[in-house]
Design a protein around this ligand. Structure first.
Ligand code: SAH
Length: 495
């Protein structure tokens, strides 16, 4: 059968253009308010926040604050407006106040009074926003992530403002502050570009190079030389890549720093140690190549020289290399060797510190590593030398000092020997000690004892799990703490 378009039934189905977007509750638009009059009626923290937002957007804000007491709420903002001026009148709003307004915002609990405000706003040609009365709103404020001139606004259509805030918290953590500087530079360079490049293709290629350069250098401000290089067509991809040594923290992915997450999200290659779990790698850019370069001392592993060679050759090929290490890269992480190798090869290298196993373990066990009158010093000691034996150069007197906390990394094979030597050097055998396995992960386990007993207790911890031992008066036994945060315990006014 043929139809009017001359196609078969199946052909006709194909001729219908599929919708490019599912239906929306509201259309997000970005409202230019510079120099335009906006009315805010009412006096409440919510109305004050809206007035602040409106001033930040450059609006000329007229506040009808009901009375003197209400007006005092806005005094600081009016004295130091974010951007647009804020004028306060200590009386109720009237229809005339809305003349010429581009937008009318009010916090009016009484339904009839709120409806009168909406009607007056409409009569003046202004869309209305009634705080906490979504059904009366022509327009709604989003929860804002501000990297001006880049602005993100999140809406849940009034359904779940707190969910909106939690989304904001997540987005804030992955969008670098430096984005702002690059977007400002783009605004400045855009008109110049029209003069340089006639063709659309050339301008498009410029913006592709710009975008790659911005993400790779988001931690520094753009400079005019960047524009020169981009216009000259120097492909940033063809330059040497950079190397970032990143601390992955002790295990809980939420203990990554914001910088660590960002580094993972802009990496093209990630070389990771076997202490780094899959939940952390999950946060990396999907397209990033992941290479295990485990070096636990057991099983096949890359030598340090081999790792250094790989890092350098990847960076020389233009890759953005993240060298991801458990805990803090600067604690028993051979960071200096890798940094020196990069420097010698002329490769730019950076370090993002992380939370070391000692801090992660102490936090979950709920004690300080230092404590007034108990420990005036903390020392991190390795239980391993390069051959896997107890290092011959440990200063046992320092371990025996009763006012010290000693954290033993890589203690498993040598702990008995370690504690015996410390006790022989004068450490009180009754000194509290705790051995913690897989600290901050769901598999965390710990055993408590004393300098004399901890080695035999620690032997019961799961084979293969990373373990540290904390030795000293601070490690006396006490109930462990929860380490997860109550989700969004603080309401903010950001919605
Ligand atoms: N740079 C890391 C230490 C690397 S050395 C840091 O700052 O934590 C590897 C040793 O760290 C392991 O043998 C173990 O002693 C310790 N370790 C690392 N993560 C750990 C964890 N989650 N729980 C207990 N010990 C851990």
């Amino acid at each position: 059968m043929t139809d009017i378009l001359g196609g078969t039934k199946a052909g006709r189905a194909l001729a219908v253009t599929p919708a490019r977007i599912a239906s929306l509750p509201n259309l997000p638009l970005f409202h230019k308010l510079q120099g335009r009059k906006v009315v805010v009626a009412g006096s409440s923290q919510g109305a004050l926040w809206k007035a602040e937002l409106l001033s930040a957007s450059g609006a000329d804000v007229l506040v009808l604050a009901d009375h003197e007491v209400g007006a005092s709420l806005y005094r600081d903002l009016a004295a130091r407006p974010v951007s647009g001026p804020v004028t306060i009148l200590p009386r109720e709003w009237t229809e005339e106040d809305l003349d010429g307004a581009a937008l009318a915002v009010a916090d009016i609990a009484d339904r009839d009074a709120a409806l009168r405000f909406v009607a007056a706003a409409h009569a003046a040609g202004a869309p209305a926003n009634l705080i906490d009365q979504t059904d009366l709103c022509d327009v709604q404020f989003g929860t804002i992530v501000n990297r001006s001139p880049v602005v993100l606004a999140i809406s849940t259509d009034g359904g779940a403002p707190m969910l909106g805030q939690s989304i904001r918290a997540r987005v804030e953590s992955v969008l670098p502050l430096g984005l702002s500087g690059w977007a400002k530079a783009a605004q400045k360079w855009r008109p110049l570009l029209k003069q340089r490049f006639r063709s659309f293709q050339d301008r498009r290629a410029f913006w592709q190079r710009f975008t790659a350069l911005a993400w790779a250098n988001v931690d520094r401000d753009p400079v005019d030389a960047d524009f020169g290089a981009l216009v000259g067509g120097v492909n940033p991809e063809q330059r040497n890549g950079i190397v970032t040594l990143v601390g992955a923290g002790p295990g809980d992915p939420e203990l990554l720093t914001l910088k660590a997450v960002r580094a993972l999200q802009s990496a093209t290659v990630i070389l990771y140690d076997d202490l780094v779990g899959p939940a952390i790698l999950e946060l990396a850019r999907r397209e990033a190549q992941r290479v295990a370069v485990g070096k636990t001392g057991h099983g096949p592993s890359c030598s340090q020289a081999e790792i250094n060679r790989r890092i350098i050759s990847l960076a020389e090929a233009g890759e953005n290399v993240v060298r991801l290490k458990g805990g803090d890269p600067l604690v028993f992480g051979r960071a200096t060797e890798e940094v020196d190798a990069c420097r010698a090869a002329g490769i730019e290298v950076r370090i993002v510190p992380g939370i070391s196993a000692a801090q992660g373990a102490a936090a979950s066990l709920g004690f300080s590593l230092t404590e007034r009158d108990q420990a005036r010093r903390v020392q991190y000691v390795t239980g391993h030398d390069t051959g896997g034996d107890l290092p011959a150069t440990i200063e046992w007197k320092a371990v025996a000092d009763p006012d010290t906390t000693t954290v033993i990394y890589m203690p498993r094979k040598t702990l008995e020997h370690f504690t015996a030597k410390a006790i022989a050097a004068g450490l009180d055998p009754e000194t509290p000690a705790v051995a913690v396995a897989s600290a901050t992960t769901p598999d965390q386990g710990q055993v408590s004892g004393t300098a004399a007993t901890i080695a035999s207790f620690a032997a019961d911890l799961p084979a293969g799990a990373p373990v540290i031992v904390i030795l000293g008066r601070v490690a006396r036994e006490r109930p462990a703490l929860a380490t997860d945060l109550p989700e969004y315990s603080q309401m903010s006014l950001a919605s």
